[in-house]
Design a protein around this ligand. Structure first.
Ligand code: MLT
Length: 402
């Protein structure tokens, strides 16, 4: 009989957000009257802005005309989008990333999950705890639960930032602004990681999906703001949270040509060509219509509109922060990030807090322990609902006698 990949048996039975969705569904089915407010999964709620919609409409029309119809596109993404990204996200900020170092994808979940395809199985991989579950789960799928996966604890004592390890790591996943803790790394802290990676000839997988939420000038928006990072880092960016693309699906991954990896024979090879090979074999490109929508994000009107969306969500983050402060709870994040990471009151564990908040306040959040054992006793709220629902959730929490 054929065999399975045994590593899958070492994963939790279901993906964190699927488990939560099921629990909420069960509660909702038995309490149909409950007006549930969802501050759980980081899914956007504002509709797509006019510039993006109109670009999509035009692209749809083009698909209906013989002369402008498009079939397969380039697996790496259309030049019109890669050029805009290179110019506006990087070159205008003094970072030299060329269009052909940018690979357009269908979401950072896929890109961060798939990147392991081009990395060797002997690498020692450092993953923060707590962490966005995709990094850990996809490494377990590939390597199994092994001593090659090293967890880097992030807790209140270290400000939820991983310390530079005293041992060697080949690959390190960093996500800043951080999901789930909402914390950020300043320039000096990120520089220490780049120096570590250069010294150890390691690779940093830098997930910058929440870059648009940064308000503080001292927080780097890209790892490439740090000198030397093009020789040690791959960066992931997404249109999901800043531009409302969680349903449309568009992202990009920057693989600098200067980034080299070692083969077993000791030869140094550019990793860019490997990712290109992987994508052209396993991926047929993000739909043309979606890439036209993403291009519109870079128009002057698009920039204004997505800026307003981010500001809207950040106002929610402020509403949550103010409410929790009034309640006297301890919390982190929400200043340069749409996530607020709170310490469960009265020493409650994460899942007890989840159940009680759902049953007694009809609010959904995400249990911190779902992101790793260091998250036990913590809880994540998102800023991705409406002002009204967010304010209502905060009022319920303020009145809650737990
Ligand atoms: C989250 O809630 O952590 C995110 O929505 C997950 C994701 O972006 O895939």
């Amino acid at each position: 009989m054929f065999q399975i990949n045994e590593n899958y048996l070492q994963l939790n039975e279901s993906y964190l957000f699927s488990t939560i969705a099921r629990r909420v569904e069960n509660f909702s089915a038995s309490h149909p009257e409950a007006d549930i407010i969802r501050l759980g999964i980081g899914d956007v709620t504002l509709p797509l802005p006019p510039s993006i919609l109109s670009a999509m409409h035009s692209a749809v029309d083009e698909m209906g005309v013989k002369e402008t119809f498009r079939g397969y596109g380039p697996e790496q993404g259309y030049a019109f989008l890669r050029e805009k990204i290179s110019e506006i996200d990087f070159r205008r900020r003094g970072i030299d990333i060329s269009p052909d170092e940018i690979f357009v994808g269908d979401g950072s979940k896929s890109d961060t999950g798939n990147i392991g395809d081009i990395l060797g199985d002997d690498n020692v991989v450092g993953i923060t705890d707590p962490v966005y579950p995709v990094y850990l789960d996809t490494n377990i799928m590939r390597l199994g639960k092994s001593s090659q996966i090293v967890l880097l604890p992030c807790n209140e004592e270290n400000g939820f930032l991983p310390g530079i390890p005293s041992h060697h790591l080949d690959v390190i996943y960093l996500c800043y602004p951080n999901n789930p803790t909402g914390t950020v790394m300043d320039r000096k802290q990120l520089k220490q990681w780049v120096e570590y990676a250069l010294e150890n000839r390691s690779l940093i997988l830098f997930d910058a999906a929440y870059e648009a939420f940064i308000r503080d000038n001292d927080v780097p928006r890209s790892i490439y703001e740090i000198e030397g990072a093009t020789a040690c880092a791959i960066e992931f960016r997404s249109f999901s949270k800043n531009a409302g693309f969680t349903g449309l699906r568009c992202s990009y991954t920057v693989v600098p040509k200067a980034l080299k990896a070692r083969s077993v024979d000791g030869d140094e090879l550019p990793i860019h060509s490997l990712w290109n090979r992987r994508q052209s074999t396993k991926f047929n490109g993000t739909p043309y219509i979606v890439q036209k929508a993403a291009e519109a994000v870079y128009s002057p009107q698009g920039q204004q509109e997505v800026g307003n969306m981010v500001a809207y969500y950040m106002r929610n983050a402020a509403i949550i922060r103010e409410g929790l402060a009034e309640k006297g709870w301890t919390f982190f994040g929400g200043e340069n990030s749409p996530y607020i990471w709170l310490k469960c009151p009265d020493g409650m564990d994460s899942w007890t807090f989840f159940d009680r908040l759902l049953q007694e306040c009809h609010i959904v959040g995400t249990p911190g322990v779902g992101f790793g054992s260091e998250g036990e006793g913590y809880f994540r709220l998102t800023a991705f609902n409406s002002h009204e629902k967010t304010a209502e959730a905060v009022e319920r929490i303020k009145k809650w006698e737990y």
